[in-house]
Design a protein around this ligand. Structure first.
Ligand code: NAG
Ligand code: NAG
Ligand code: NAG
Ligand code: NAG
Ligand code: NAG
Ligand code: NAG
Ligand code: NAG
Ligand code: NAG
Length: 635
């Protein structure tokens, strides 16, 4: 027993140390990328949009798509299209002036054709609590963290960037910052080099910080549009940095929710005795459990109780070192209870062909097969003979396995003889999965003592690179033991992305569920209802309910194609390499301001008119066109 505990401990330690290499394996696994596809990229731009209408059949998914389009239109129509409006809107939203250097940022963003210059809500959301701390205290913490566990130091001095660790994450961030360093003030960045987020402040403390922030808002008319030079408490300048101790502690292998609950509001499911059925009502449709609120579906305060034992990150994380202190730590992803400062993941800046979309690897929708595809390794947490079946990837591969599903039934929606959708609660999905799913692990990895307990469980499948994956219409994206690095490529592709996740990333506020992707429950209880809807099921003449007892669902290939087209069009406007840079640039201006001793009296206080001429030279792109106009539902 003792030796088991010890070997387990050293295993966690090993994993924690190897976090950087793990990420590469974990996020995506491919052996090589082969360019053996046929070329279909000539219509990459200017391809006509799908033509048609949504089916008038009263299915709940069409209402979800319409609602998403409505929200999207409001979002796209309200964007600023000149600098005057941009600064006015910034002040309306934040109650503050934009940070110093905002005008230069705006010109940078516009020259790179940013479509929306207002939607950087994630940045302000992440930084808001820090207004409650004194700027010098944030600098002291950032300086002190430079040498901390699982943190790399990235420093900007006099527009030059340096790092203190030779490793891919700090090296990549250094190179990204180099391109914009001439616009940035001196600062210390504490970069999280682990896959998992690090900061988890309690609910009460966060509320207190947010209250303080709200009280500190002001719009001084004489604000100075420049950062303060020569501030103290930057790393290396003062020999001793007396910042607060980070007080890291490891919760690897312990139930995440028993810590996360302290960061949840009192009445939330994570803290109150709320039944699963009542919690589900907060984010799932009554029919078939489709996700109606994607934010809530990944909010651990809402879903924590049902996912606590069934998502590897929440019960079997290989490494997880956190603090309850509000520390300025920059991370690539987080879960809903974290206070890490998000930035676009280093992976996205690496131009690695395993993660980067290349249109030459893609096919037109009509040339893709009606299949749902997923490949990956068995990552997601430490796996043991008695816990692997509860991990999220493992559950998905089993739920999609036709042999495994032979004796199981699942609920879907099917047409009755009046052509109305009704609950069909005992659908046998085995044959459907056999015909339409191509899901499997490519390799076992991350087990204690070794992965031999999988010998009779999985049939390992060949890895597929993007050129092979994009032959399928439907691509599922599931967490590893961190966020999934392939998602951006899926959004760019002509296939339809289906996503289940608990992780949050820099781009979340710009991706609209049911418009840019199909959200899936982390329990996958909606998997077959989703896929029978898009692919279709059965034969309308032979299976009219209730006579034959065979369910029939009309195919909704058009609806799937529309979402895929919308996501692709938007990704080309909002998830480009330029968009990563634009985000990072504004983030570091905002971070530079909250750490500036004069933060309450600096910023851009003009009315924006200086850029009237510039705006005339760089007009904004047209609003995004709707693929399908809004027709009233047939009764
Ligand atoms: C959190 O704040 C509430 C209301 O101010 C208070 O009743 C409660 O005791 C606090 N909880 C903790 C753990 O401090
Ligand atoms: C959180 O969970 C732990 C372990 O179950 C429990 O001891 C603690 O009281 C919970 N805290 C709250 C605020 O619910
Ligand atoms: C939670 O609620 C259920 C049903 O309402 C009840 O039976 C149970 O005793 C409650 N548990 C606690 C700990 O309050
Ligand atoms: C969705 O859930 C989030 C988080 O739980 C909540 O803040 C938001 O108000 C919900 N949105 C709607 C439209 O109900
Ligand atoms: C399916 O059943 C649920 C209750 O289990 C109900 O709320 C819903 O309206 C039903 N859906 C349809 C289409 O009949
Ligand atoms: C699955 O397909 C096989 C072969 O066509 C058939 O014999 C079987 O009845 C089908 N199973 C179900 C549940 O429809
Ligand atoms: C599906 O499940 C069967 C039975 O458990 C198993 O033999 C098979 O290897 C699984 N297939 C895959 C692709 O893992
Ligand atoms: C659908 O069922 C009808 C009547 O049983 C049959 O004639 C037809 O061939 C079937 N079509 C397909 C595509 O299976």
């Amino acid at each position: 027993m003792l030796s088991f505990t010890r070997s387990r401990k050293s295993y966690y330690l090993l994993l924690a140390c190897a976090a950087t290499s793990i990420c590469l394996i974990n996020l995506f696994y491919l052996t090589e990328t082969v360019d053996n596809h046929r070329l279909s990229g000539f219509t990459f731009f200017g391809k006509p949009k799908p033509v048609g209408e949504y089916a008038h059949d009263g299915h709940p998914i069409v209402s979800l798509m319409r609602e998403a389009n409505r929200q999207w239109l409001a979002y796209d129509n309200s964007r600023s299209t000149n600098f005057r409006r941009t600064v006015a809107k910034y002040r309306e939203i934040h109650g503050r002036h934009p940070p110093p250097g905002f005008k230069e940022w705006y010109m940078f963003a516009r020259k790179k054709n940013a479509h929306n210059v207002d939607d950087f809500q994630q940045i302000s959301g992440d930084l808001r609590p820090f207004w409650a701390l004194a700027p010098a205290d944030i600098r002291k913490m950032a300086a002190k963290l430079q040498n901390s566990d699982g943190i790399a130091g990235v420093r900007i001095r006099n527009h030059k960037v340096s790092i203190d660790m030779e490793s891919w994450r700090p090296e990549t961030l250094r190179d990204s910052i180099k391109r914009i360093a001439k616009f940035l003030p001196d600062m210390d960045i504490a970069l999280n080099v682990m896959d998992q987020p690090r900061v988890m402040v309690t609910y009460n403390d966060t509320q207190e910080y947010l209250r303080t922030e709200a009280l500190s808002r002001s719009l001084p008319s004489d604000a100075l549009d420049q950062f303060t030079l020569g501030m103290d408490y930057l790393y290396g300048k003062d020999s001793t940095i007396e910042g607060v101790e980070p007080e890291w502690f490891s919760i690897a292998g312990r139930p995440y929710m028993s810590f996360a609950n302290e960061s949840c509001p009192p009445g939330s499911p994570a803290r109150a005795n709320i039944s699963t059925k009542d919690a589900d009502k907060l984010y799932k449709s009554p029919s078939a459990g489709f996700i109606t609120n994607f934010t809530a579906s990944s909010d651990l305060c809402t879903v924590g109780p049902v996912l606590g034992d069934s998502h590897g990150f929440l019960f079997s994380a290989s490494s997880n070192i956190i603090s309850r202190k509000l520390l300025p730590v920059f991370s690539e992803c987080k879960v809903s209870v974290n206070n890490d400062i998000l930035f676009p993941a280093n992976m996205y800046f690496m131009n690695d062909k395993r993660y980067v979309y290349n249109p030459r690897h893609d096919n037109e929708w009509e040339d893709k097969s009606d299949t749902l595809l997923w490949r990956g390794v068995t990552s997601g947490g430490v796996q043991l003979a008695d816990n692997w079946h509860r991990l999220h990837r493992q559950r998905f591969v089993q739920a999609a396995n036709s042999t495994e599903m032979e004796s199981r039934t699942v609920p879907i929606l099917a047409e009755n003889n009046m052509k109305q959708y009704r609950n069909f609660s005992d659908f046998s999905p085995s044959n459907f999965s056999l015909d339409h799913f191509d899901v499997g692990f490519t390799e076992a990895w991350g087990c204690i003592p070794d992965c031999s307990f999988y010998d009779d469980i999985w049939t390992y499948k060949e890895p597929k690179d993007f050129s092979q994956q994009f032959k399928s219409k439907y691509l599922v994206d599931i967490d590893g033991h961190s966020f999934s690095g392939r998602w951006r490529a899926f959004q760019h592709s002509k296939s339809l992305g289906i996503k289940a996740t608990i992780f949050r990333e820099w781009h979340d506020s710009r991706l609209f569920p049911w418009r840019h992707f199909v959200p899936m429950d982390n329990r996958y209880d909606d998997l077959y209802a989703l896929m029978t809807y898009f692919i279709g099921l059965g034969n309308s003449s032979s299976s009219t309910l209730p006579a034959s007892g065979e369910p029939y669902v009309q195919s909704h290939d058009f609806e799937a194609e529309v979402i895929a087209a919308q996501s692709r069009e938007w990704a080309q406007q909002a998830l480009r390499n330029e968009d990563l840079e634009i985000y990072l640039y504004l983030l570091l201006l905002e971070y530079g301001r909250i750490t500036d001793d004069n933060r309450d009296s600096i910023g851009y206080s003009g009315d924006g008119s200086e850029l009237d001429h510039f705006d005339a030279q760089y007009p904004f792109s047209m609003p995004i066109q709707m693929v399908v106009g809004d027709h009233p539902d047939t009764p």
